[in-house]
Design a protein around this ligand. Structure first.
Ligand SMILES: C[S@@+](CC[C@H](N)C(=O)[O-])C[C@H]1O[C@@H](n2cnc3c(N)ncnc32)[C@H](O)[C@@H]1O
Length: 258
C-alpha cells in the first residue's frame, strides 16, 4: 500500500486546516496528545513477553485469512500472532485517550487477538462494560490469561464467527459508547458490521476502525461508511479511522497527519 500511503501523505492536513472548533480540540488535545501513562508501560511489558513466546497455538483462521477455506487450523507461535495481529502502541495509546474522552460505559470490540487493544480500553475505562469478540477460541483463551493477569474483570468475551454472534451480542446493549472494529478486514463484512452496530450508537458515540487502508476492500468499506448520513465527522489517520455522530456539527471528512 505504498501508493496509498503516499496519497495520504499528500492529502493529509495539519491542525491549521481544521476549521471546526470541536474537531480542532479533538485533534490537538486528544489525537496528537503524546503524554504517557503507567498503564501503557504495564501493557507494553506484557506485549514484550508475548513477543518472546515461541510456544505454538493451534489457531483457527477467521476473516480475511479464512479465504474460502472456512475454519482452517494451523499452528502459530504466540510471538507471531502478537506481532501480526496486535494494534501498534501509538494507535493503542490513541484508543486509550479516545475511550477516556468518550467517557465510555459500554464498549464493543470486534477482534480480540491477544487482547492488547482490549487491555488499553479496559484500563482507560475500568468502570465500563466491555464485550470483546473473537472467532478463535484458542487465541481468546490466551487473551483471557492476559486479562486475568491484570485483574481486568470488566471484560466479557464472546467466542464465534462475528457473522453468527454479532446480533445476539448487540441485543445485550441498549447503547454503545465506543466501538472498535478490528477483525475480518473485508469490504462487505466490515460495512455490514457497521450497519448492524449503527442503531446502538448515539450522538456522543465514537467508532474506531483499524486498518482502513489495509486493502482496497477496506478502503472501499471506509469510504462508504464515512458517507453514511449518520456519520457527521470522519477522521482518516491512515492506519485507523475515527467516526463521530454528533448532531451539532456539519458533516466533515478529514484526512489528518498522525
Ligand atoms: C487484527 S486482530 C485483532 C487485534 C486486536 N484488536 C488488538 O489490536 O490487539 C483480528 C482478530 O479478529 C478475529 N476475526 C477475524 N475475522 C473474524 C470473524 N469473522 N469472526 C470472529 N473473529 C474474527 C481474528 O481471529 C483475529 O484474532
Amino acid at each position: 500500500m505504498t501508493g496509498q500511503y503516499l496519497k495520504y501523505r499528500i492529502l493529509s492536513r495539519t491542525k491549521f486546516k481544521v476549521h471546526s472548533p470541536f474537531v480542532y480540540r479533538l485533534y490537538t488535545d486528544i489525537i496528537l496528545n503524546n503524554s504517557s501513562h503507567p498503564d501503557f508501560k504495564k501493557i507494553e511489558e506484557q506485549r514484550s513477553i508475548l513477543l518472546r513466546q515461541r510456544s505454538l497455538l493451534e489457531t483457527t483462521d477467521f476473516g480475511v485469512y479464512s479465504s474460502g477455506n472456512a475454519y482452517k487450523t494451523r499452528f502459530r507461535q504466540v510471538k507471531t500472532i502478537t506481532h501480526h495481529s496486535s494494534i501498534r502502541p501509538k494507535d493503542a495509546r490513541l484508543l486509550y485517550r479516545l475511550v477516556k474522552v468518550a467517557k465510555a460505559e459500554t464498549i464493543l470490540e470486534m477482534g480480540t487477538a491477544m487482547g492488547i487493544s482490549t487491555m488499553y480500553m479496559a484500563m482507560a475505562a475500568p468502570e465500563s462494560k466491555i464485550v470483546t469478540m473473537e472467532g478463535c477460541a484458542v487465541i481468546g483463551e490466551k487473551a483471557r490469561g492476559n486479562f486475568n493477569k491484570f485483574k481486568l474483570d470488566n471484560i466479557d468475551m464472546v467466542l464465534g464467527n462475528f457473522n453468527n454472534s454479532l446480533s445476539k451480542t448487540l441485543s445485550k446493549f441498549d447503547r454503545l459508547d465506543f466501538v472498535l472494529i478490528d477483525g475480518n478486514h473485508r469490504k462487505e463484512p466490515t460495512t455490514n458490521y457497521f450497519m448492524s452496530i449503527l442503531p446502538k450508537l448515539h450522538a456522543e458515540s465514537i467508532v474506531f476502525i483499524d486498518d482502513i487502508h489495509w486493502s482496497k476492500g477496506m478502503l472501499q468499506a471506509w469510504n462508504s461508511i464515512r458517507q453514511h448520513p449518520d456519520v457527521t465527522v470522519s477522521i482518516d489517520l491512515f492506519k485507523a479511522g475515527i467516526l463521530l455522530f454528533r448532531k451539532d456539527i456539519a458533516k466533515e471528512n478529514h484526512v489528518l497527519k498522525f
